[in-house]
Ligand binder design. Structure first.
Ligand SMILES: *Cc1c(COP(=O)(O)O)cnc(C)c1O
Ligand SMILES: [Zn+2]
Length: 424
């Protein structure tokens, strides 16, 4: 490795590029990682578990905490006044008796990434990638999005005073998310095509129009998303859980979480690796199919699921995600929309609440406990990726439908106390 603290490096051929290069794939066509000189960073900043713990205590819920608590392992060379942040991270790790019982997992923890500034984990990646965009002095940022990336991009582009342009596939984008993109002031283009068509346009716009993409193909996004697992480990007092369970769409989190744990392992902060269980919706499960064929190849699909945030048929981070599963002895499971909806009704009625894609996590845990893959005495961390209010339509559709097992529809009454009394 050269003098620089961090470089872009191809995951396949190992070719290196400076961090200041605006590029997202190698000359060989494969994905790029942000690679840090961990030994050098550890020495120069005296990095240790204690280093991050002390800063966390000092900066809890203040600028510089959350994602930037881990600055030295995320974007070490950036000067602090250049950081574009909305204090993302520091999300809660819930325990819940009802859900523990329903899932038959005593040691269940749910990390709620829906409690970030714009309501999803995307903010953790966006703070880093927009900081880098500003550093590179780009004039416009873009993304193709099933919703949450555009909501997050719009807010951070505003914060950074950069033009934001979001491409959204026509139909099937949750109302809460498109509302946010419009409200925060990004230019929103509704594309007559699916998510994968939007993705192709974004790559074209980068090459031909120099618009800087903030999709999870952007490796700086993944650097921010690493902090989800690092923060969880600190919340658990550095006890490594047996499992991390989370949904897989474009596989950015799968990639980022694996890199995060691999780096902590290399730094000596943890000495065992947890296992990953990535959960896909049955109608959008190319990664599951690839897992089943031993990762011989990825066959793109036409994706269809109620969980719009994971309605992706050709995940861009596939090769990084395979690596993560190798590092963590990980598995992939798939769940039906029915299973997702039931899990969502459980998560919501437990008073926690999350959008459908997030609840694929919980549906997955239930399935994996049911088939004996996850043991009842194991410690399981599930990631809830987005806020309950992102997709109010999914909630209304469920609870107004009396055929749903957990439906809780509103009831019309006369304005009399007798009518009220009936429900107590
Ligand atoms: C983006 C998103 C996902 C998918 O995450 P990937 O990193 O693309 O696999 C899942 N849930 C929610 C709520 C999201 O916004
Ligand atoms: Zn390469």
């Amino acid at each position: 490795m050269s003098q620089a603290l961090s470089l872009l490096k191809c995951v396949s051929c190992g070719k290196e590029f400076p961090l200041s290069d605006i590029r997202f794939t190698c000359t060989c066509g494969n994905l790029l990682d942000v690679v840090h000189d961990l030994e050098k960073l550890k020495k120069s900043f005296s990095l240790s578990r204690k280093f991050f713990e002390e800063r966390q205590l000092r900066l809890n819920n203040q600028p510089g905490g959350g994602v930037w608590n881990f600055k030295e392992l995320v974007l070490p060379a950036i000067s602090e006044e250049k950081i574009i942040s909305k204090q993302e991270g520091n999300t809660r790790l819930y325990r819940n008796r009802k859900l523990s019982q329903w899932l038959s997992v005593g040691n269940l923890f749910l990390k709620h990434e829906g409690e970030n500034p714009t309501g999803s984990f995307k903010d953790r990646g966006m703070t880093v990638a927009v900081t880098q965009a500003k550093e590179l002095d780009v004039k416009a940022v873009t993304c193709a999005s099933t919703g949450n990336t555009s909501a997050s991009l719009a807010a951070y582009a505003s914060e950074a005073d950069i033009t934001g342009l979001v491409l959204i596939p026509k139909g099937n984008v949750a109302i809460g998310k498109i509302s946010q993109a419009l409200a925060y002031g990004a230019k929103t283009l509704v594309v007559n095509g699916d998510f994968d068509a939007c993705m192709a346009l974004i790559q074209d716009a980068q090459e031909k129009l120099s618009a800087y993409p903030l999709n999870s193909i952007n490796p700086f996004r993944l650097e921010g998303q690493k902090t989800i697992v690092w923060e969880t480990l600190m919340q658990l007092g550095w006890k490594v859980p047996d499992w991390f369970v989370f949904p897989g769409g474009n596989l950015g989190n799968t990639s980022a979480f694996g890199k995060a744990l691999h780096e902590f392992h290399q730094l000596g902060f943890i000495d065992v690796m947890p296992r990953f269980a990535v959960i896909q919706a049955q109608g959008a499960s190319p990664f599951y199919a690839a897992f089943k064929n031993g990762f011989k190849n990825l066959i793109p699909q036409k994706a269809e699921t109620i969980a719009t945030a994971i309605r992706i048929g050709n995940p861009v981070n596939y090769s990084k995600a395979v690596r993560s599963l190798q590092w963590t002895n990980g598995i992939v499971e798939s769940v039906s929309d029915e299973e997702i909806l039931e899990a969502k009704a459980r998560v919501d009625s437990a008073g926690i609440g999350a959008e459908p894609s997030s609840c694929a996590t919980v549906a997955g845990i239930r399935k994996l406990v049911g088939n004996g893959t996850i043991k009842q005495d194991e410690t399981v961390v599930g990631i809830l990726t987005g806020n309950i209010l992102k997709d109010p339509q999914a909630i209304v559709d469920y609870h107004f439908n009396n055929h749903r097992p957990l439906a809780n529809p509103p009831v019309e009454i006369e304005a009399t106390i007798d009518d009220v009394k009936e429900f107590l």
